[in-house]
Design a protein around this ligand. Structure first.
Ligand code: KG4
Ligand code: ZN
Length: 352
């Protein structure tokens, strides 16, 4: 039975996991850096890189020990090679290279987004290509059609902030802690989603892209006006976010179907991944969209939705092919789009 050690360090989680080809997660450890970044209300790249460097080696050792294994029992080493905060990515990739060199095992340099895109297949052996994926976290906001391993078509991206980032910024404006998503969701339960008039950026546009910067500014103006209760602002913001996601996803799913015309069948499922998948209002709305398109809706368990190393090990297993591993001089990539053919979106910033 093939086994791969996965390493993830592209944002603020230091993670290692050992995954077997039959989809068993033999061991996994995640060290979150929330405490380190909390005073700043967001991830500070230098602090993240240093924390990864301090924690990764003992974390890998502990993960192997949890599984009662050593590197001799591992068939390959897979590490995130981008996109992400470059300092952290380099820490993980260099460690993986060192282990690969020391043991002679093959190295797989994994695109972090590919890890997210394939993680639903780790959770669900029955999930067939192609499927539609909404990837929404603090760093990513994309709609993809996953056609196969290494075959991704991006239908939408954000022209400014990611959805999780919008939740985090709203939390900051309302004086809630970091990470903000769960706190905004909690406060929203006590508020009226219709109380504050907020924009739905790009809703109605024929292209399924996202934009959240205008929504964030409107939240700031609502707070500064002093006219609204915080719970009403949170609830109205969350409703606006839900409305944007639903509208953008509908457009994307329609386009996906058009693109599959001819002898190919359409997508087999709607899948959500990324930290924002924890939001119950968003999940409920996605279930509605899936039903409308007659698709099953699935989300990997939360531990696989947020950044983790099991998804990186799994991507390595999906990619594993003798003689096709990556060279030890492969570079870390701060930007690495899954679909290099995707059109550049006007106004799109640094997000992959
Ligand atoms: O996937 P993740 O752990 O890390 C990356 O950003 O890659 O996602 C974290 C993001 C944060 O922005 C956090 O605020 C958001 O997911 N999030 C939520 C909820 N739980 C986490 N957003 C809305 N509602 C939630 N319940
Ligand atoms: Zn991620």
């Amino acid at each position: 039975m093939r086994r791969i050690l996965g390493i993830e360090s592209s944002c603020d989680e230091t993670a290692a996991a050992l995954v077997a080809a039959d989809r068993r997660i033999l061991a996994q450890r995640i060290a979150s850096q929330d405490e380190e970044h909390r005073p700043y209300g967001g991830v500070v790249p230098e602090i993240a890189a240093r924390a990864h460097a301090e924690r990764l080696a003992p974390l890998i050792e502990a993960t192997l020990a949890d599984a009662g294994m050593t590197l001799d029992d591992v068939d390959a080493i897979a590490a995130t090679a981008g996109p992400g905060l470059i300092g952290g990515v380099m820490v993980g990739l260099v460690s993986a290279k060192a282990l690969a060199m020391a043991t002679g095992k093959p190295l797989y340099a994994i695109n972090h987004l590919e890890g997210h895109a394939l993680s639903p297949r780790l959770a669900d052996a029955g999930l067939e290509f192609p499927y539609a994926l909404l990837l929404v976290s603090g760093g990513h906001c994309q709609i993809l059609r996953v056609d196969g391993v290494g075959r991704y078509r991006r239908f939408a991206t954000t022209i400014d902030d990611a959805l999780g980032e919008a939740f985090d910024k709203t939390a900051k404006i309302l004086g809630l802690g970091y990470p903000g998503g769960p706190q905004v969701e909690r406060l929203a339960r006590e508020g009226d989603p219709k109380a504050v008039p907020l924009p739905r950026p790009l809703v109605g546009s024929g292209e399924p892209h996202f934009s959240f910067a205008g929504l964030k500014s409107a939240v700031l103006r609502a707070k500064e006006s002093g006219k609204y209760a915080d719970a009403d602002i949170a609830a109205s913001f969350q409703q606006a976010a839900v409305d944007c996601v639903v509208d953008r996803l509908r457009i994307a799913l329609e386009k996906m179907d058009e693109g599959m015309a001819g002898d190919k069948d359409g997508v087999t499922a709607l899948v959500v991944a990324g930290g924002v998948a924890a939001n119950s209002a968003i999940r409920a709305a996605l279930e509605g969209v899936a039903e409308q398109f007659d698709l099953p809706f699935t989300a990997p368990p939360m531990a696989l939705c947020t950044d983790n190393a099991a998804m990186i090990a799994w991507a390595g297993l999906e990619r594993f092919e003798p003689g096709h591993s990556d060279p030890l001089d492969i570079s870390a990539r701060p930007r690495w789009p899954l679909d290099p053919e995707a059109e550049t979106v006007r106004g799109a910033g640094v997000k992959a």
